[in-house]
Design a protein around this ligand. Structure first.
Ligand code: FAD
Ligand code: SF4
Length: 516
């Protein structure tokens, strides 16, 4: 056993903190401090994680460990397949502290409430000081979000987003007004592909798998063989340089049409013009400020139109920072919210894609294949169906946290529980994202390859989305009635005859009995 030199600070680096620019490295003393990282089985099983999500985290961590070692950082690293490996982060940390006897602990604040508390508990139990640094990967601090939240009755993205645009001078004219005269080009972000289809779509880059990556893919495939998803098409950036290449390729080839087709869906086309940068951002391989500036430059130099650049900036600067604020503002009670009182189990097909509903088969099928679906598939296909059916929002949350490579709780939970399931009663969204099959028909070509008819709510070929949509409005009428933004939808509901509604309810009950 090599002799272990005295460790002053043990610097905890979590699987989604692969960032050498983090504050915790500012004062790092390579002589006396040591980085501690651990692959803990429980982190892959706390929800039933997709194999690609597990592989991404493990491979990203191992690549980061190599980078640290090359730069002469001392690193203590627990591998999942070490014979002495401890199953949970807490146990692994306790064991490392016993072995290394550091004077104190340090970390950047964890992204997830549960993990932050687990580490704080260990520090308290062993009686060591834990220095927690703010995560400066984000443009907005949590304190700034609290200030923004203040006594506001409602927290809406739009005001928060404008504040950040102003504060960081992003897409502003010299006089401080938004370039182009408007803050938001959302109405230009709703195009769908015509009947001629998508045409030739630019392909995302492919990343070479070195020995380390291959070793992790083998390990994840073997150790988590029962877990959902496939590793065959694994192609996610694992290092900063790969993530930067992903960004270059996105800016060059996909950003110009990102805005126009942001909400579009198309059969067998999982990526369209989306950036595929979420996993790199969430693991902190990419700096959002760099990503935003690169997009802004593409507008300034005439490479991409404003509707694309503003639409993209709104996601990275607006939504991403906003959901993080919401998460920390409302946790831990947020996790328990269930405003609509939904209690059904998640249908089995969410784990297999075996369903006759083509839109769901497409969205879930590609999720299992790549660990990826774009926003509208998550919100208006898988999320919408669970909402209309009445699935327990916590189960929906556990599914989203498990199956996407970019899934980390601070971003996943508000999106799922709040935006998609309306379980927070309107914190994230001013109204539920509820729609019938006709929305999916308008935005995609899924319905033309489906045995159901999106125009029909009852009968053997009625689209289950459409049946469940009217049933959802009827079931939740009272809770939705006070919401002005629901007026039109509720008015349409009131136009239905009681016979029609009875038939809808009967068919909705049959769907529920069949699926849950
Ligand atoms: P693009 O469409 O290219 O968007 C650019 C970037 O903007 C993304 O990479 C992402 O970092 C950011 N972004 C876009 N939309 C959002 C949003 N609503 N909230 C926060 N950031 C956003 N995103 C995650 O990163 N992790 C999750 O676990 C996650 N779970 C979601 C669950 C549900 C139910 C819904 C509706 C959305 C979820 N999102 C999540 C947001 C969004 O769907 C993904 O960020 C996006 O699909 C990732 O693909 P992309 O990188 O190609 O994104
Ligand atoms: Fe989905 Fe209904 Fe369209 Fe089929 S008809 S693809 S179930 S929306």
């Amino acid at each position: 056993m090599p002799e272990i030199r005295q460790v002053n600070r043990l610097v905890i680096v979590l699987g989604d903190q692969l960032n050498l620019d983090a504050a915790v490295f500012d004062q790092f003393d390579r002589g006396t401090d040591m980085v501690w990282m651990a692959e803990a089985t429980a982190e892959s099983t706390v929800v039933w994680s997709h194999k690609a999500r597990i592989a991404l985290f493990l491979a990203g961590m191992r690549h980061f460990r190599e980078r640290l070692r090359t730069q002469k950082y001392r690193v203590d690293y627990q591998k999942l397949d070490d014979p002495q490996a401890k199953p949970t982060l807490g146990e692994a940390l306790r064991s490392a502290i016993r072995r290394l006897r550091p004077n104190r602990l340090a970390m950047v604040r964890a992204g997830e409430y549960r993990v932050q508390h687990e580490i704080e508990r260990v520090a308290e139990q062993v009686g060591l000081a834990l220095q927690v640094f703010p995560d400066r990967h984000f443009l907005n601090t949590l304190e700034e979000f609290e200030k923004h939240a203040g006594n506001r009755k409602q927290l809406r993205l739009e005001y928060f987003y404008r504040e950040l645009r102003r504060k960081h001078s992003i897409l502003l004219d010299e006089d401080g007004s938004p370039v182009g005269g408007k803050w938001n080009y959302d109405d230009a972000n709703r195009g769908s592909f015509g009947k001629d289809g998508t045409g030739n779509l630019p392909q995302p880059p492919t990343f070479r798998k070195n020995e380390l990556t291959k070793e992790v893919l083998k390990l994840a495939g073997r150790r988590f063989v029962q877990h959902p998803g496939s590793l065959e098409d694994f192609n996610w950036p694992l290092t900063r340089s790969q993530a930067e290449r992903a960004l270059d390729v996105f800016i060059e080839y996909r950003l110009p049409l990102f805005g126009k087709y942001q909400d579009a869906l198309w059969t067998e086309q999982p990526f369209l013009y989306h950036s595929l940068l979420s996993s790199s951002l969430n693991l902190k391989l990419l700096d959002p400020q760099v990503v935003i500036r690169r997009a802004e430059e593409a507008y300034t130099n005439g490479h991409a139109p404003l509707e694309s650049v503003e639409g993209f900036v709104r996601q990275v600067l607006g939504w991403r920072e906003y959901v993080r604020g919401i998460y920390w503002h409302f946790m831990p009670e947020y996790l328990e919210r269930n405003y609509l009182g939904a209690h059904l189990p998640l249908p089995d097909f969410y784990w297999t894609a075996e369903t006759e509903m083509n839109c769901l088969r497409q969205a879930i099928g590609q999720t299992l294949q790549f660990g990826y679906a774009h926003h509208i598939q998550r919100l208006m296909v898988t999320g919408l169906f669970a909402l209309l059916l009445g699935v327990d929002p916590k189960l929906v949350h556990e599914w989203y946290l498990a199956v996407y490579v970019d899934a980390v709780e601070w971003v996943e939970l508000p999106n799922t529980l709040g935006m998609s399931q309306f379980a927070d009663g309107g914190v994230m969204a001013s109204k539920p994202y509820c729609a019938s099959g006709r929305y999916i028909q308008r935005m995609s070509n899924y319905c033309s390859g489906c045995r159901f008819d999106p125009a029909k709510a009852t009968g053997p070929d009625a689209c289950p989305f459409t049946t469940l949509y009217w049933d959802f409005l009827k079931r939740n009428r009272q809770k939705l009635a006070g919401n002005n933004r629901m007026n039109m939808q509720l008015k349409n509901l009131d136009r239905k005859s009681s016979d029609e509604l009875r038939a809808v309810q009967k068919q909705a009950t049959e769907i529920r009995e069949q699926l849950t």
